[in-house]
Design a protein around this ligand. Sequence first.
Ligand SMILES: NC(=O)c1ccc[n+]([C@@H]2O[C@H](COP(=O)([O-])OP(=O)(O)OC[C@H]3O[C@@H](n4cnc5c(N)ncnc54)[C@H](O)[C@@H]3O)[C@@H](O)[C@H]2O)c1
Length: 280
Amino acid sequence: MLDLTGKVAFVAGAGSVAEGWGNGRATAVLLARQGARVFGTDYSDEALAGTSAIMEQEGHRNWAGRKADMTSTEQVKQAVDACVQRFGRIDILVNNIGGSAPGDPVSLSVEDWDNQMDRNLKTAFLGCKHVLPVMEEQFRTEGKGGAIVNVSSIGSMTFQVGGRVHVGYAASKAGLEAFSRATAIAYVRKGIRVNTVVVGMMQTPLVTHRLTKQLGAGAEDLVAKRNAVIPIGRMGDAWDVANAVVFLASDEAGYITATQLVVDGGVTAARPGAIEAASA
Ligand SMILES: NC(=O)c1ccc[n+]([C@@H]2O[C@H](COP(=O)([O-])OP(=O)(O)OC[C@H]3O[C@@H](n4cnc5c(N)ncnc54)[C@H](O)[C@@H]3O)[C@@H](O)[C@H]2O)c1
């Protein structure tokens, strides 16, 4: 099951914003554990070095990390070329880069709006722009295209994450999901599947470090509050995301395209008060 031996995966945002397991890092390592050769990019040397250290520790020799800003079309193209040069092909693309900036249309600066579109949407567009031709050529020559997994957020559906409004995040992640479906249909007869993992409230370094800083609340407080509103009773973690990404990238998901897999412990399905009512 989920054997990725022989496959090459390109993971955009394969580091972690702080020490520990971010979604991209866990995904890169899980892909390697399942047998894939993994090429990871990150714009942070430190983040990349952290992932490289784990790959080395676990003995994954078929790992290559490259510094690249995935909002730059030149740097994405260079990274994709470097991956093909190193490993000969690309079977899996994971567009993991993303992050939120709070604000409504008045309070969110124009600069932050543009930044949200670049970070959450343009990175996936550029990943697809440069990787799709590689996969299409593989399909033409050997009948094997590839699988693309984009990483979104329930912020695309709930419009308020952790009590704060994020119109830029909501719009860019909803755009990412629409982009994924449209791209999936454009490439459905070219052996390429495109799906999205829609991530709920996870306990990753992104939350415990960055959000804690932004909100000025203690990490424990924030985690306890979030655990309480999740139907399954706790926040998920980076491995919950990585498991979903690896499944959608694997041949076992071969009939699945143009869809979203929501990994949120039930949050988006439950109205406020539903948990209390169900357990009364
Ligand atoms: N953690 C959560 O609770 C949560 C919830 C919903 C959705 N998500 C989504 O999961 C994804 C990743 O989460 P994570 O926990 O791995 O975050 P993370 O910030 O820890 O990891 C992302 C990595 O991408 C890198 N990066 C950021 N911008 C880049 C750029 N322009 N070019 C290259 N590298 C760049 C960062 O340096 C970092 O190492 C995001 O798309 C995020 O929106 C996370």
